[in-house]
Design a protein around this ligand. Structure first.
Ligand code: TXA
Ligand code: MG
Length: 322
């Protein structure tokens, strides 16, 4: 009988039974469970081997659900929500008690967003609870942007994968918190550039560094990491010379490096389009990591708009900047 059910129906059944389901979003795939159920959320931490002090994002169907979980919403937050939701913007707000401590890692705040993917929105609409979901990768490894990535990581360990194709944006949501005065603070660079955020609320402080507590996992200095040793550089040719004799994989922004036949190269966007580069970023990293070469070299992008976000991900994935 179960075979007659649609993928959406299967996902609903598992989630209602405190299961863990991989869900598509416009950014990356998430590993989702009922945000109101500690036992369900605990499974996510175990599957990811994620430290319990690292809080999760709660995904809502609509802004109507916000009052149930968050309090004291600053004007700037409402403005950003109106402008970007559904979409790749996560807001860190004062939490209400319905959110179990495990979701927020004991903090007084909760991270929340409305994802922009038709299947996941339909799923959220049909559920009577929001979904807590981190990215669907083991802690510290490259985020998944297609269902195959999720399958490779978790195989039969999760209850269901809702296949929603390739993620449109390709990098995580941008995270914004608010200071005591309600002024926005950027905690994680993401799919919406800092420039876009500032065009809505004016100047935004940036605090993506380790000294900021709590840490967004995407803020840890080493994260999104391939298992192959990786280096980030402005000067790819020089970096290749440094490692002569080694087998190298290259992650380039627009152009291949000429006259290097033996080197496997991924190009993020031949037209130099940041959005296309972001969409391709993690899949290219996954492919490079599978080559079993000695090392990977990432080319730094121009430090504006989504270039800043991509550079942030590259620098955390790389062992060293050279
Ligand atoms: O695009 C995304 O945001 C994806 C999709 C699935 O929605 N999710 C995602 O989740 O990237 P995750 O767990 O990989 O990253 C969420 C980040 C974590 O680094 C966490 O530390 C931060 O959000 N975070 C969660 N709650 C927080 C809070 N109350 N204060 C500050 N940071 C928080
Ligand atoms: Mg993550």
């Amino acid at each position: 009988m179960n075979n007659l059910k649609t993928p959406l129906e299967k996902a609903i059944i598992e989630l209602k039974n405190d299961g863990v389901v991989a869900i598509p979003t416009e950014t990356v795939y998430g590993l989702a469970a009922n945000a109101f159920r500690e036992t369900a959320v605990k499974k996510i931490f175990e599957l990811k081997k994620r430290p319990l002090n690292n809080p999760l994002i709660v995904h809502l169907y609509s802004v109507d659900g916000l009052e149930e979980i968050a309090d004291e919403i600053p004007d700037a937050a409402s403005k950003l929500a109106r402008h970007f939701w559904p979409g790749p913007l996560t807001l860190v707000l004062k939490k209400k008690n319905v959110i179990p401590d495990i979701v927020s890692a004991g903090l007084e705040t909760v991270a929340v967003r409305i994802p922009d993917h038709p299947y996941t929105l339909e799923l959220l609409e049909k559920l009577s609870f929001p979904l807590a979901a981190p990215s669907a990768n083991p802690f510290g490894s490259i985020s998944p942007t297609n269902p195959e990535h999720v399958r490779t990581y978790f195989k039969d360990d999760i209850d269901f994968i809702l296949d929603g194709g390739v993620c449109e944006r390709g990098v995580e949501s941008t995270i914004v918190a608010f200071d005591m005065k309600g002024q926005p603070v950027l905690l994680r660079h993401g799919s919406i550039s800092l420039e876009e955020i500032e065009s809505v609320v004016g100047d935004v402080k940036v605090s993506t560094h380790e000294e900021h507590k709590p840490q967004a996992s995407g803020m840890l200095s080493r994260h999104y990491s391939p298992s192959t040793p990786s280096y980030m550089t402005e000067n790819v040719k020089k970096a290749i010379e440094m490692f002569s004799g080694k087998q190298i994989g290259l992650l380039m922004f627009k152009h291949e490096v000429k006259n290097h036949n033996g080197i496997f190269q991924e190009v993020l966007s031949r037209s130099g389009d940041f959005s296309e580069a972001a969409r391709n970023l993690y899949a290219a990293m996954h492919r490079l990591d599978k080559l079993n070469v000695d090392l990977l070299i990432f080319e730094e992008l121009p430090d504006i708009n989504l270039g800043t976000t991509i550079n942030d991900k590259l620098s955390r994935a790389a062992k060293t900047r050279i």
